[in-house]
Structures are given as structure tokens and as C-alpha cells.
Write a protein that binds this ligand. Structure first.
Ligand SMILES: O=C(O)CCC(=O)C(=O)O
Length: 292
């Protein structure tokens, strides 16, 4: 994560990484979705709160266990080599995938998702943002890979930039997208872009207005000690974990702190349990005095 990206993420509570996926990666993911179209489900209600539309949202889950070759491009994203430095920067080494990845599919007229987000009004131990000693630390984050373009005005992912640091209650009419719409930013992006945002940042989705289908693929990650969603990938590894690389397996480790494999920025090497450096090693008197 370079200095510009750190500045923008700290400032705004979200980051768009252009061209994160290659066009080939996008194509393979879309091909897998097309081959499994029958697997989507449609929400039984609107998650609108000001973002209602004509149709309910459609989504797909369970892609990691689709039969080969369709599951593979989704498995390849679990610990994508380009993503690891972002996760190591936002969580420190030792993070995990939380939630089953899911794909949001919207046709024109599909309702959005009401604005929500923890902000900084009180410390929520799962949805937070802190900065200390030159390091950012986030609670639950969402990595939203765009598999189709989001042009200005299309709808889809929207954030209130800077709201992760907000100290006051957001007025209800703003949360309902009835007032001050100018503070809500619809993150226009191209297929292949990645949008990273925190659950601490007020966010949601505007109703989908484009003629083409919305395809946004969401992977959620959290600090190593945490899990939020219940269900799979939480307290034990999935039964098929041996089909994954060592690095991917490390990303699916259940929540715990000590002696876990830690993924290095290059994605290829792991610090094996027992080899991690002691973060708070007590220092001898002579060493402490030499600080003076
Ligand atoms: O992009 C969207 O549709 C909204 C996603 C969302 O609200 C979430 O992941 O918490």
C-alpha cells in the first residue's frame, strides 16, 4: 500500500484501486458466474431505507465450493498476492477472511442498500478505525471487486467519505438519503477495480440504474482475533481446505492470536507458528538506558 493510498484511505475511509484485477481475471470470474447463473437467490425484502427500487437484490454465495473449474477464480482471490500488502497494512500481519464471499447482481431498477456504518461515535470492537504510531488499524473491511463497470450515476456502492472518523450521530434524513445527498459518493469504478471500505465508514448502495447488470464481488476480512458473521469460515477450517495453497489456508484460519501462520507481503512466504517476533519483549536495563 503506497503512501498516496494510505493518505486517501485514512482520509476517506475507503480506497479505490484501479485495475486491481487483469481483464483476464475479470473474464474468468464472469465466465464462472455465467455458467452458474441458476444459483443466484433473490432477497425477499428490500434493504433500502431510502434506497428502494422496483426489484429486490440478487446475490450468489458458495462460489468457493462450486465444482472445478468454476470455484478456482474465486479461490484465487482469497489471498490474492496484490491484496496481501493492503491487508497487512490495515490489520498488521495476521488477518483472516470473514464471511462467505458473495456476489451482488442487480438489474436495472434493483433497490439499493440503506446507509449504515459504525463511525467513531463509540468504540465498536468489530467495526472501527484507529491510527497510532504511524499505523492504521481497521475492524471488519469489505473488498469489493468490480466485475462490471459502475459509471457515474449507475448506482451501486456509495460511501460518506470521512465518516469513519465522525463523532456525531448522522442525522436520520441523511441516513435515509433524503437530505445532503452531496455527502454520499457513488464510487464509480471500472470492471477490475477494487474498492476497499470499512464497516466503520457509512456506506450502502444506490439503486441500480444502468442497462447492464451490476456485478460486485465482496470478500470480507477482519483482524486475526475476530469473527463477525457466524456460519462457515468462523471457528474451524472448511473440510476442503487441503485443496488450497498454504497461503490461502492461512487466510482461512479461525480466529485466534498466538502461533498462527502469518502471511508475508509477497504472498509466497509464511511465518510459521512459533517463529513470529515477540511484539512486547521486555528489555534489559542497559538496553532501556541506551534509549536516552
Ligand atoms: O455494495 C453494496 O451493495 C453494499 C454492501 C454493503 O453494504 C456491505 O457490504 O455492508
Amino acid at each position: 500500500m503506497n503512501e498516496r493510498e494510505k493518505f486517501l484511505f485514512d482520509l476517506r475511509g475507503y480506497l479505490r484501486v484501479e485495475n486491481f484485477l487483469t481483464s483476464e481475471e475479470v473474464q474468468v470470474l464472469n465466465k464462472a458466474v455465467d455458467a452458474n447463473r441458476d444459483k443466484y437467490t433473490e432477497d425477499s425484502k428490500m434493504y433500502g431505507l431510502g434506497m428502494d427500487g422496483e426489484y429486490h437484490r440478487r446475490s450468489m454465495m458458495g462460489m468457493l465450493t462450486w465444482e472445478q473449474p468454476w470455484c478456482q477464480p474465486f479461490r484465487d482471490l482469497i489471498a490474492h498476492q496484490k491484496l496481501i500488502p493492503y491487508l497487512n497494512t490495515l490489520f498488521g500481519r495476521g488477518w483472516r477472511m470473514d464471511h462467505d464471499p458473495f456476489l451482488l447482481i442487480s438489474r436495472k431498477g434493483t433497490g439499493g442498500h440503506g446507509l449504515h456504518g459504525a463511525t467513531s461515535r463509540h468504540f465498536d470492537g468489530t467495526q472501527y478505525y484507529t491510527y497510532a504510531n504511524g499505523e492504521m488499524r481497521a475492524g471488519l473491511i469489505v473488498c469489493q471487486f468490480q466485475l462490471a463497470d459502475i459509471n457515474p450515476g449507475d448506482g451501486g456502492i456509495a460511501v460518506i467519505p470521512g465518516s469513519h472518523k465522525a463523532n456525531f450521530l448522522c442525522p436520520e434524513d441523511i441516513m435515509l438519503y433524503d437530505a445532503n445527498q452531496e455527502v454520499v459518493y457513488n464510487v464509480a469504478s471500472k470492471a477490475g477495480d477494487l474498492v476497499i471500505f470499512m464497516e466503520a465508514t457509512i456506506h450502502g448502495a444506490l439503486p441500480w440504474n444502468a442497462d447492464h447488470e451490476r456485478r460486485s464481488l465482496l470478500y470480507r476480512y477482519c483482524p486475526k482475533s475476530m469473527h463477525t458473521s457466524g456460519g462457515i469460515y468462523q471457528t474451524s477450517m472448511p473440510t476442503w481446505v487441503s485443496e488450497l495453497t498454504e497461503t490461502q489456508q492461512a487466510a482461512l484460519e479461525p480466529p485466534y492470536i498466538y502461533n498462527r501462520p502469518l502471511i508475508e507481503d509477497d504472498g509466497a512466504s509464511l511465518v510459521q507458528p512459533g517463529q513470529e517476533p515477540e511484539p512486547h519483549r521486555p528489555r534489559g536495563k542497559a538496553e532501556m538506558n541506551s534509549d536516552k
